[in-house]
Design a protein around this ligand. Structure first.
Ligand code: MYA
Length: 419
């Protein structure tokens, strides 16, 4: 996708002189080795009990003024209720956000998705942090935090979930990311929050767990045409299409779209289920209403209503919509329509059946592929392979900021899904 915004982006190499000729060829993790996170080099790891890494400080002792940016740029708290700002963030991400290693696809979060993901109950606009070019106001970098409660090995932590870190392609590799991370940390600390959770495709100091993506073809022909997947040497298109064919209707009796009156019941079964995992959120009803009520084009949620007990919810299944731009446009397709598994609660219904129905529901809504991480009870053999998911080549690393864990967790212990 080309950048249609013609306003120029200043060259940072010049302005970096202001920072004392910062060396661009830095040793491994010059920034992350200064941060309160688990380190990759064992000699840098401060031993201690599981819990906060930094000594506690008072909010009054947090740096009160924003970090200094190079002169050509300024900080901007982005108001995502404003349609122009929402569009600016969408445009920045659509042209500059995460791509796969082969640069074939790039995430294209919709404006409505970005608004939903960044405005849960209790969100703070000053945690929606942008960098703009002074004078033209062009948005060239972005990072967000949202408040959440996450239980880590039995301890409830009020933290910030950090997402959407993005720097314009013309400003890459100039150490702007550490500035964004420092400034969002300061803004989070100013509200008395000292921990964060985040995920990334890259390995940084130091993952608490590593998840693997699996992909289930829903529209095999298109996926081959856009090089998302390949036709097996020993198969044919017709045979593969047949292999991935799904039933037209879901199987589970009582499965229906979630409604507002289901919120209390879903909150109870979801929180109870999530306590099985070492790292998982704790949701209020307001958060369940926000994160899990169906929103067309954003999030799709279904419950199983107990037969004979109207209103009693026994199971829950959900997925979200995250399309990607097909950068190397092939066969006239410009968008890959991907559904991502979100939160599921198998109660009376086995997870295999719930996930199987999720595939059918996604297919009915014209998604091309259904993606899932091998988290929670998404077991590679019994669930994912059994439903004809194939293993992907992408890992997702999970991180905690300022929280020491003395062991790496298997992905089956992760019950947190960050969109
Ligand atoms: S993950 C999605 C990240 N976004 C993308 O991949 C979009 C496309 N890429 C870009 O926009 C840029 O390449 C980014 C880096 C912005 C990623 N997370 O400015 P630089 C370190 C953290 O010269 P650039 C998501 O959104 C890198 O190791 N750090 O590099 C979660 C190096 O440090 P060190 C990263 O390429 C974000 C330094 O940045 C990442 O121009 C969670 C280089 O900076 C990454 N994904 O820009 C953020 N990639 O020398 C952390 C590179 O030490 C939150 N780096 O190796 C921490 C908690 C904060 C709150 C705490 C509250 C208490």
């Amino acid at each position: 996708m080309s950048d249609e915004d013609e306003r120029p982006v200043p060259d940072l190499t010049e302005v970096q002189r202001e920072f004392g000729g910062m060396n661009l060829s830095v040793p491994d993790h010059a920034f992350w080795e200064t941060q309160p996170v688990g380190q990759l080099k064992p000699e840098l790891n401060k031993a201690g009990e599981e819990g906060p890494i930094d000594d506690p400080i008072a909010v009054a002792d947090v740096k009160q003024e924003p970090y200094k940016l190079p002169d050509a740029f300024e900080w901007s708290s982005c108001d995502l209720t404003n349609d122009t700002t929402k569009q600016e963030v969408f445009d920045l991400l659509a042209a500059n956000y995460v791509e796969d290693d082969d640069e074939i696809f790039r995430f294209k979060y919709s404006p409505e998705f970005i608004k939903w993901a960044t405005q849960p109950p209790g969100y703070h606009q000053d945690w929606h942090l942008g960098v703009r070019v002074k004078g033209t106001e062009k948005l060239v970098a972005f990072i967000t935090g949202v408040p959440a409660k996450v239980m880590v090995k039995g301890k409830a932590i009020d933290l910030a979930e950090i997402n959407f870190l993005c720097i314009h392609k013309k400003l890459r590799a100039k150490r702007l990311a550490p500035m964004l991370i420092r400034e969002i940390t300061r803004r989070v600390n100013l509200r008395g929050i000292w921990q964060a959770a985040y995920t990334a495709g890259v390995v940084l100091p130091r993952p608490i767990s590593t998840g693997r993506y699996w992909h289930r073809s829903l529209n095999f022909k298109k996926l081959v045409e856009i090089n998302f997947t390949t036709l097996h040497a020993r198969s044919t298109m017709a045979r593969s299409i047949k292999l991935f064919k799904l039933e037209n209707k879901t199987r589970t009796p009582g499965l229906r779209e979630m409604r507002d009156e289901d919120v209390p019941g879903v909150t109870v079964i979801l929180n109870k289920y999530l306590r099985k995992f070492a790292v998982a959120p704790v949701f209020t009803e307001a958060e369940v209403r926000h994160h899990l009520s169906p929103r067309d084009g954003v999030v799709y949620s279904f419950v199983v209503e107990d037969e004979g007990k109207p209103g009693a919810v026994t199971d829950f299944v959900s997925f979200y919509s995250l399309p990607s731009t097909v950068i190397k446009n092939t066969m006239g397709h410009d968008t890959l329509r991907a559904a991502y598994s979100y939160y599921n609660v198998p109660g009376k219904t086995p997870l295999l059946d719930l996930m199987g129905d999720a595939l059918i529901l996604a297919k009915q809504r014209d998604f091309d592929v259904f993606n899932a991480l091998d988290l929670m009870e998404n077991e590679p053999e019994a669930i994912l392979s059994a439903l004809k998911f194939g293993i992907g080549d992408g890992n997702l690393q999970y991180y905690l900021y300022n929280w020491r864990l003395n062991e790496e967790l298997p992905s089956s212990e992760i019950g947190l899904v960050l969109t």
